[in-house]
Write a protein that binds this ligand. Structure first.
Ligand code: HEM
Length: 238
């Protein structure tokens, strides 16, 4: 008789198990994006609100919450990307001869571009971390500090304002968000399909919800670089 560990390993090595993990990790990433956007939108309430929120995140549970979240995100991201690549390889192996007719005729533009948009998102995330978290893009960010009721904390508000004052940087973010959202609108419905929660009756509703979710993430995120370039969000002397 197979042990539980063997059953778990063999199911996750199977195509169904891999699809399930892609869906679950995709769902986690979708939730992260909503939470991250909600936090980012605090920028419209000014430096005090955004910097207090960022400080709270970094100090919660004696600083360990942010590391738990980072570890969870990293695992979800790596598993999502690695298993998507592995599933694409399995698919190619399963049909060694190319079809007479291209198999993508039925696929939507978003589904065809999933791998491509996924790769752009990957490069965006690497750039984004180097930009706002590691400060490699602009080491001057290390010196941006904010006085939050007598505590000196990182000035996330002015990091974003300085970062998006550059047109090429803002342009890259806006383009990446557009691709991210085509990826999301398709991925949203796929998650529910894989989890067995999509039926003929709910398919069109899920398509609309996926499109609406992607649109909210897109509009919310791109509004920030656009508002900085338009001078709506501007440096505030403290
Ligand atoms: C215009 C849109 C966005 C803005 C303004 C923004 C802003 C930021 C800022 C300021 C930080 C650093 C926070 C800090 O220092 O406390 C950050 C971190 C991060 N962002 Fe974004 N972000 C945006 C979009 C995204 C998107 C679309 C993703 C994912 C695809 C993403 C993923 C992350 C991750 C993984 C971190 C690292 C968190 C950490 O480990 O500290 N962001 N973001």
């Amino acid at each position: 008789m197979k042990s539980l560990a063997q059953v778990v390993c063999s199911s996750f090595g199977s195509s169904v198990g891999k699809k399930l993990l892609v869906a679950v990790t995709g769902l986690a990433l979708l939730l992260f994006l909503a939470g991250h956007l909600a936090g980012n939108l605090l920028i419209y309430r000014g430096p005090e609100e955004l910097n207090a929120y960022a400080h709270e995140l970094h100090t919660a549970l004696h600083g360990s919450l942010v590391w738990i979240a980072r570890a969870g995100l990293l695992v979800a991201f790596v598993v999502h990307v690695a298993l998507t690549i592995s599933l694409a390889r399995d698919n190619r192996k399963a049909r060694p001869k190319a079809y007479a007719k291209p198999s993508t005729v039925q696929a939507s533009p978003a589904s065809r571009s999933m791998i491509l948009s996924g790769l752009v998102i990957l490069s965006f995330v690497v750039y984004h971390l180097l930009h706002f978290t590691v400060h490699v893009v602009d080491p001057g960010y290390d010196n941006l500090q904010y006085d939050l009721h007598g505590h000196t904390v990182p000035d996330v508000y002015h990091k974003v304002v300085v970062g998006f004052s550059s047109l090429p940087v803002s342009g890259f973010y806006i383009l990446s968000m557009a691709l991210l959202c085509t990826h999301l609108s398709h991925g949203f419905a796929s998650v529910f399909q894989t989890l067995g929660l999509r039926s003929a009756r709910t398919a069109s509703l899920l398509k609309i919800l996926g499109g609406a979710y992607a649109l909210v993430i897109f509009v919310g995120n791109v509004s920030i670089p656009i508002s900085v370039l338009a001078g709506v969000i501007k440096p505030i002397l403290h």
